[in-house]
Design a protein around this ligand. Sequence first.
Ligand SMILES: Cc1ncc(COP(=O)(O)O)c(C=O)c1O
Length: 486
Amino acid sequence: MSAEKLPLILSENEADKQEFARMIHAAVEKILASLDSGAAYKGLTPDKLRSVIRTEELLPEEGLGFDAVLEETSQKILPNFLRPFSTSYMAHLHSSTLLESIVSELILSAFNQSMDSWDQSPVATEIEVEVIRHLCKLYGYGEGSDGVFTSGGSQSNLSGLLLARDHFCNTCLHWDVKKHGLPVSFPKFRLYASEISHFSMEKSTHLMGLGYDCVVKVPVNDAMQMDVSALEKLIEEDLRKGNLPFCIAATVGTTDFGSIDPLDALADLAKKYSLWLHADAAYGSGVILSDKYAYKVRSLSRCDSITVDFHKMFLLPISCSASLIKDGKNFEALTLHADYLNREEDEEEGYINLVGKSMQTTRRFDALKVWFSFRTRGRKGWSQIITSSMENALTLYEKLRTDGNFAVAVKPEISSVVFRVLPPPGAKEDADEMNKRIRKELLHKHGTVIGQTVCRGKVCLKFTLLNPLLTREKLDELLALILSLR
Ligand SMILES: Cc1ncc(COP(=O)(O)O)c(C=O)c1O
C-alpha cells in the first residue's frame, strides 16, 4: 500500500483494522522467513554492515509505503540481527524472549499506555500495582513494601541507592536533600560494593552527586563473593577517618560469574552499623522461581531495596525491570506534584499516579509482560525454565573441570560459566591472544557468540546460559568447536 493510502493510526474503522492486521501478518511472515539457520549472527564485520545499511535519505521526499520498507527491512536488517534465541548465543545477560511475551509487547505498544498518571493508564496502573504487590510477596517483603517498574537494572539500582542516600540524610543528618541538595559533608559518604559489582554502582553515585570516590570496592573471596570480614574492616576504617557509611550494595548474581554475595552476613552487618542494604539482583532475581534453588536468594527479604530484572533470567523483552523497596514510604524522595498531571486531591480520592515513585515521567506498561508470562506458564513452568538453565551450567562446569584443555574459574551459582582455553602443548601463541582470537572467529565465521572477560588478570571466555532450548549435546558441540580453533 502506498504511503498516501496507508491509514495513520489504529481506530474503530473496519478498513483500518484490516490493514493493521495485514501489516502485522506481513511482518510476522518476514520474521519467520528470516529464521533460516540456527546461527546467532550472520558474521558481518562492522565495515561490511555499515555498507549494507548506509542510506542516502532517511526521510525521502515521498514516503516509500509500508510494503517497500518492510521489504527493505527484511533485506538489510532482519538477516543481520543478533539472534538471542539461538542456542549458539551465550555472550551476555541478554536473553531470548518467551513467545507470549512478544505478543504482550504488541498489545502494550498497540495501546501505548503511559504509566505516569491514572488517567493515562487506568487498567495498566492497576495491573502494575497488582504485579508489584505479588512481587513484594514473592521476595518475602511484608506490609508497607512497594515497588515500581523501571527501564532496567541500572535504573533500578539508581532508584534503590538514591532512596538509600535520602533516607540516610533524612534520618542521620536531618537534612532534606530533595529540598536543599547535598549537605556539605557529601564527599565523606561511603557505599560498599564488591570489586566485581556492576558499573551501575559508580554510574549511580556519579548521578547522585557523590562521585565514583563514594564507592568502596570490597575484595571478593575465591568464590567471587564479597568478603564480609574485609567489608567490616573497611567500614570501621571509614568510621575512624570520619567518613559516613550509608549503604552496602550486595550483588545477587555478579555479571560475569553469577556469584551471590552472602546476604545474611551482610544483613547482620548492615543492622550492626545502621546501613541500608541494597541488593542488585538484576541477574539472580530469577532464581526465586526455581523450586530447587530458590533457597539461594531467600534472604533478599532482608534487604531494604531489591533490583529485579525481567529482561535477563526471566526471558522477557527489553525493557522490563522493577525496583522493590521494603518500606515503600521511602519512595517519597521521588514524589513531586504537578497541577497538570498528578494532583494530590485526585490521589486522596483513590486515583493512583505511579509517577510519584518513578524517575521517569512517561513510562511503558512493562508490567503487562510479567503479568502475562507468570499467568501463562505458572509456577511449575517457571521453575522448570530457571532450574534447567542453572543445571546446564553445573553440567558444563563439570565437563570443563575434568577436561585438561580448559581451566574453569569458579563453580557456578546461577547459570554463567567462565573458563579459559589452554594452549595445546608446544603452542607459540600467547594464551590471552588465543582466547580472544577464538571468540572473534566464533563470532565472524561460525555464527556463535560467546562472552569474553578477565578473571584474576587473565583473558577468559564466558558462557551465559539463559536459553531454555540449550541441550547438553549442543554444549558438547560447542566445546569441540572451540578446541578445533586452538
Ligand atoms: C549485576 C548487574 N546489575 C545491573 C545490570 C544493569 O542492568 P541493565 O542492563 O538492565 O541496566 C547488569 C547488566 O548486565 C548486571 O549484570
